[in-house]
Design a protein around this ligand. Structure first.
Ligand code: NI
Length: 135
């Protein structure tokens, strides 16, 4: 089994807060991440697919195809957007990287031309990231 990863980037804004909580409670839990007017991040997204080598191509998955799939299905939808308000697939969810990873997984899972989705990794900063391996 081989594990193939494509790395892409996007920039987006968000406000991390729970609308069911008061401003005071949000401030207590999320601190400056719940700043009312939001803030931005330069995110890095790593999508890892696993699969067996196709003897015809030598590839487990064609990285050109994986790249265009990620760009069309994810990057075009999230880049330079407000994650709280602009994304149909994240409506009514707190825009944490955990929830983003789950949403990205659901989007990509059944769209791969070959191999299986293995991991979604999202960096929110250089030092903070989430890894999601599905359920
Ligand atoms: Ni943030």
């Amino acid at each position: 089994m081989h594990y193939i990863t494509k790395i892409t980037n996007f920039s987006a804004s968000h406000r991390v807060f729970n609308p069911e909580l008061s401003d005071e409670e949000n401030e207590k839990i999320f601190g400056k991440c719940s700043n009312k007017n939001g803030h931005g991040h330069n995110y890095k997204l790593e999508v890892t697919v696993c699969g067996d080598i196709n003897p015809l191509t030598g590839y487990a998955i064609d990285l050109k195809i994986l790249k265009s799939l990620i760009e069309k299905e994810i990057i075009e939808k999230v880049d330079h957007k407000n994650l709280n308000t602009d994304l149909d697939f994240l409506k009514n969810q707190i825009p944490s990287i955990e929830n983003l990873a789950t949403a990205f997984w659901q989007i990509l899972e059944n769209k791969l031309p070959s191999g299986k989705l293995y991991k979604i990794k999202i960096f929110e900063t250089d030092n903070s990231f989430v890894e999601y391996y599905g359920n």
